[in-house]
Design a protein around this ligand. Structure first.
Ligand SMILES: [Zn+2]
Ligand SMILES: [Zn+2]
Length: 176
């Protein structure tokens, strides 16, 4: 969703509350596709600090699903979303950050709530997406899912250090 800041910027020291909506269903991250299944209901609060600063705040949780890094089984996980941004405003417009330039979540006179949610999801993204902590992954020799099927291939992949190596190997393959 986008929220117009037009009305609030002229109301010094006042706040407005909006019922939050997340309009993104899918995104890609590091070459993999993820979907957002559910976002807990949330309110977005826009507050003017004096007449020159706009404070944007909300928090929620997003349920995201994607594929296990090792065996590619579908996995769902919850990512916390906590937004607390203060931007400068002038004549009804957000002033770009002095160092960073325009904010990715500002679109003309609108605040792009989806962009804020996505930014937070990426900041809080789990380092590893695993169907279970000890996911045995896919056998690199015969391609069987080692969580559900056993095979007679070389067992050294069960060594956790080896599993880590395979993660690197698999992400390298994805890049190619
Ligand atoms: Zn797995
Ligand atoms: Zn095998």
């Amino acid at each position: 969703m986008k929220i117009s800041i037009k009305d609030i910027t002229s109301l010094a020291d006042q706040s407005k509350k909006f019922t939050g909506v997340c309009d993104i269903q899918e995104f890609s991250y590091l070459g993999s596709e993820f979907s957002i299944n559910h976002v807990e209901p949330f309110d977005v609060v826009l507050s003017m600090i004096g007449s020159g600063k706009l404070h944007i705040t909300f928090s929620t949780e997003a349920e995201v699903s994607g594929a296990c890094d090792r065996c590619l089984a579908p996995v769902s996980f919850v990512v916390p979303v906590s937004v607390d941004e203060t931007v400068e405003v002038s004549e009804g417009q957000v002033v770009s950050d002095e160092e960073e330039g325009p904010y990715s979540f500002v679109d003309g006179e609108d605040i792009d709530v989806d962009e804020l949610i996505l930014n937070e999801i990426l900041v809080n993204f789990p380092a590893k997406i695993l169907c279970q902590d000890d996911c045995k992954g896919i056998c690199p020799v015969c391609g069987k899912n080692r969580n559900t099927e056993s095979c007679d291939c070389d067992d050294t992949v069960l060594d956790p250090r080896m599993a880590q190596f395979l993660d690197v190997f698999n992400s390298f393959k994805e890049v190619k």
